[in-house]
Design a protein around this ligand. Structure first.
Ligand SMILES: *Cc1c(COP(=O)(O)O)cnc(C)c1O
Length: 356
């Protein structure tokens, strides 16, 4: 039986995507070849890469606005290095918002390159909220933030207005909600949360911010080189890019980000309403900063852990335990999660209430 998969990443993808991807593993485009054995320079795969890059920009509303989309490797963790390498001047300065574990990891890398100013942090309260009311130094080379804090279940609802380039790690909420994406200059997202399998990272960059910091950048870490090579500087993750394309096509068919966002809001509301209503549960994140992608919650009485764990496992739910730094539970309700699966979890929570 197919499980209700709440894993934070790698994570659920649409069932249709799994089916199309399996067909392509056996016979891609009726070519008599598997997607796993074709050249990345073949006509069929170049078409996949071109369509994936164009569709990513299309969905984000960034076509013909001076942006390029790339599908690179090395995960978001390599993007933590590429951002300062490409944007921070020698002896330069960057501003970072410390909103969680991934933000902290990005800050650690930036410090290798220059003065890294932490403009706001919620570390004092174990990242249960998104820092607000901070000021961004006008002389920083860029501002970096994390739109959704996968581990703690918080999400930025507003982004600061600033004249310096804005860099955003959108790994766990890319394509989940409408934003004015033209306010960002560099967006990156590891595919394995809300877009595809592990192995590729989507990068969306405004070309005019590149090539200005005076550093000599190793080729594989140089966004300009990847743009020139049309995201084929070296062998790309052929299969991961293909499956990401299938997911982007699925989003487009659903009616784009706006349509997917509506469903995401309904799913989040269903689950948060139960967390707030049911006296056996409480949310882990500040209410105003709650994520619509990663819902973190705790049992009010830890003695119920065994009973609750047994109930959700019996209901066919998988991947619910929270990250070790938060404890409790984390329901990752990414784009591909059907509302019916969320209802199964809500029913289990109600069942616990009537049982104890
Ligand atoms: C998972 C995650 C990362 C790390 O991604 P990798 O692709 O494993 O390097 C970075 N940022 C956020 C917000 C994440 O959720």
């Amino acid at each position: 039986m197919k499980k209700h998969n709440y894993s934070a990443g790698p994570s659920i993808l649409p069932q249709e995507v799994f089916e199309k991807a399996s067909k392509a593993v056996l016979d891609f485009n009726n070519s008599g070849l598997s997607i796993l054995e074709i050249s990345h320079r073949s006509k069929d795969f170049v078409a996949v890469m071109d369509e994936a890059r164009a569709l990513a920009l299309d969905l984000l509303g960034l076509t013909d606005k001076g942006y390029q989309a790339l599908f690179l490797q090395g995960g978001a963790s390599t993007a933590f290095i590429m951002a300062p390498y490409n944007l921070m001047k020698e002896n330069g300065k960057a501003a970072y918002l410390d909103s969680g574990t991934w933000a902290t990891a990005a800050i650690k890398e930036a410090k290798l390159f220059g003065d890294t100013v932490i403009v706001g942090s919620s570390k004092d309260d174990n990242y249960t909220y998104v820092p607000k009311g901070y000021e961004i130094p006008a002389d920083a080379d860029y501002f970096h933030c994390t739109s959704n804090n996968t581990i703690f279940g918080t999400q930025m609802k507003e982004f600061p207005a600033t004249n310096i380039p804005v860099v955003c790690d959108m790994s766990s909420d890319i394509f989940s909600r409408e934003l004015d994406f033209s306010k960002f200059d560099l967006i990156y997202a590891g595919a394995q949360k809300n877009m595809g399998p592990a192995g590729t990272t989507l990068v969306v960059v405004k070309e005019e911010i590149l090539g200005k910091n005076g550093r000599t950048i190793p080729s594989m870490l140089d966004y300009t080189k990847h743009i020139k090579a049309e995201s084929m500087y070296n062998t790309p993750s052929v299969f991961a890019v293909y499956v990401s394309l299938l997911t982007l096509q699925w989003i487009k068919e659903k009616g784009g980000i706006a349509a997917v966002e509506k469903l995401n809001n309904a799913k989040a509301e269903l689950l948060y309403n139960e967390i707030d209503r049911n006296p056996l549960f409480k949310g882990a994140a500040a209410v105003e900063d709650r994520s619509n992608m990663n819902v973190t919650f705790l049992l009010t009485n830890p003695d119920h852990t065994e009973t609750f764990d047994k109930l959700w496992k019996e209901a066919g739910i998988s991947g619910l335990p929270g990250h070790r730094s938060v404890g409790g539970y984390r329901a990752s309700i990414y784009n591909a999660m059907p509302i019916e699966s969320v209802q199964v979890l809500v029913d289990v929570m109600k069942a616990l209430e009537s049982k104890v």
